[in-house]
Structure formats: C-alpha cells, structure tokens
Write a protein that binds this ligand. Structure first.
Ligand code: GLU
Length: 278
C-alpha cells in the first residue's frame, strides 16, 4: 500500500521569510492538503555561524500567520547530530565517501571555465575511499561523495517534467560533511527526507535533487517525489534574497496586509508581473 502523503517545509533561519518562501511553502502546504496528507516543519539550522534562533521563531510566527499548519512540533536539525553521524558512518563503511583536503575555494580556482552552478570537483583529486576507514569521526576535514562517472541521472519533476544531469559534467563529487564538523545540507536533508513522500521546494535546488537521489540510493532509501517551484523575482528581475526590502512577510504584515492579500500577491507571478513592495 502507498504511504499517505507526507511533505515538509524546511526554512533556513538566516533571515526573515519573504514572498518567495511564502510561495514555495504555501504550495507545499496546498499539495499536502489536496492529497489528504500533512507537512512537517523542519528548521534547517545546522550552520551555526549563519543561523539564529530569533529567525527560526520569526519563521514559525510568519508561517502560522499565513495559515500554514504542520503536524507535530518543529524539528530542529541542530538537535539531530547523532542521526547524521550514523548516516556518515554508513556511507564511510559502504565506501561511498572519502576525506578531502581541498576546500571549495581550491575547487573554484581549479576550473578555468566559469560554471553555472557549483564548479565540478576535478576527479583527479579524489582520494581512495579505503582511506576513510582510518577516520573514527568526520571532524577536521571535508568529506565528499564519489559520484558515478558519467552516469546520466534523471527524475520526473511534478512541475518541470523530466530533468536529466550527467555526473562529472553537470556536477561532481560533493561535500556531505564540512571540515568544521557540521553535516552538509545534502546529507542532512536526505536523512530527514527518508520518510517524506514528496519534496516541494524552489527551482534553485534542481541540481541538488540529483545529488540527493544518489544519496538516497547509497543509504538504501526510496527517494521522494519532487516538485520544484519557480523562483520569485523582484521588480528588477532578480531572485528575491533574504534581505529583499519591503517583501518580507514581516514587513507586509506590519504594513497592514492580510494573509489573503499576501497570498493574492503571489498570484501575480502567474501573469509574469514582477513583485513590488507597494
Ligand atoms: N532550507 C532550504 C531553504 O530555506 C530549503 C531546502 C529544501 O527544501 O530542501 O531554501
């Protein structure tokens, strides 16, 4: 029997939520409701240098104000380190990952051609995964996942259709644990999405989805279905950033807009009209 629909809403508390988040999170909530299911709320607060508890609290308030309802208590990734550590061990024991002395900066300066997204890690820099077994803990060095050479990986996106990317051309070995001993986004999200049936999130994460499919596979999990939402742009056509002046949910609330007015504003995207704070 198919498991009941379970989605999730996963803000990163590095700033206030803006209209772009509202659009994605509202879509996630709607899709769960239409399927007779629920969403969980997960606070992605692993990066202790950039995340702040006051932004997490503000996100919870803003989501509640919009009328989004989630099942149970919010889950804080920062409280689940042991679960990610267990996944790190399984990947190490399975020979999927290796310790890597090169930083992201080294990788960026190694590639001559400018790359659309993250530069591809040069495969000649790979270490032997057998070296991993000497490490009892991931701390002190970056850990990368070894992608299958030249494999084409596809998935069907509920919104964009068939997406295909090729390992070593579109993306390379990626970090799953950072040298400052913080689990990387790709690993944490896959561990947490193990029982999620559909992931709804922004289209900026399409390539991440391909990486995550590989991680689901390596961890022996069934990957969820995927639905990526178009990104919301400001009046000059730039993707909204956390600092987007006048377009944070907070500011719209303070300016006296109702939740319905904010949701109606999101409909403007359908007409291609840029969003403005007025
Ligand atoms: N935490 C990410 C964000 O706030 C979303 C990640 C995801 O949905 O996988 O944009």
């Amino acid at each position: 029997m198919k498991p009941p629909y379970l989605g999730r809403i996963a803000p990163t508390p590095t700033g206030f939520l803006h209209l772009g988040h509202a659009a994605t999170f509202w879509t996630a909530f709607q899709r769960a409701r239409e399927a007779g299911g629920q969403v969980l709320l997960r606070i992605e607060d692993l990066d202790r240098n950039r995340c702040r508890p006051e932004y997490a609290q503000a996100a919870i308030e803003d989501l509640q104000w919009l009328g989004i309802v989630w099942a149970g208590e919010p889950v804080y990734q920062s409280a689940q380190r042991d679960v990610y550590l267990d996944a790190w061990r399984r990947l190490r024991d399975g020979g999927w990952i290796y310790p890597c002395a090169q930083s992201r900066k080294d990788v960026a300066s190694s590639t001559a051609a400018p790359h659309e997204e993250e530069p591809v890690f040069p495969p000649e820099w790979r270490c032997d995964p057998a070296e991993s077994l000497a490490h009892e803990s991931p701390a002190g060095i970056n850990w990368r996942f070894r992608v299958p050479d030249h494999r084409r990986i596809s998935f069907h996106d509920g919104n964009f259709g068939l997406i295909t990317k090729t390992a070593l051309s579109d993306f390379g070995d990626f970090v799953i644990w950072n040298r400052d001993d913080i689990p990387a986004y790709e690993l944490a999200v896959v561990v947490d999405d193990a029982r999620i049936t559909e992931v709804v999130r922004g289209a900026d994460l399409l390539t991440s989805t391909i990486r995550q499919i590989l991680l689901h596979e390596a961890l022996g999990q069934t990957a969820p279905r995927w639905f990526h939402c178009p990104l919301v742009c400001d009046s000059s056509g730039h993707r909204l950033a956390k600092r987007a002046a006048g377009l944070s949910i907070r500011e719209l609330r303070a300016a006296g807009h109702s939740p319905q007015a904010v949701l109606d504003r999101l409909q403007e995207r359908g007409t291609g009209a840029p969003l403005s704070s007025g």
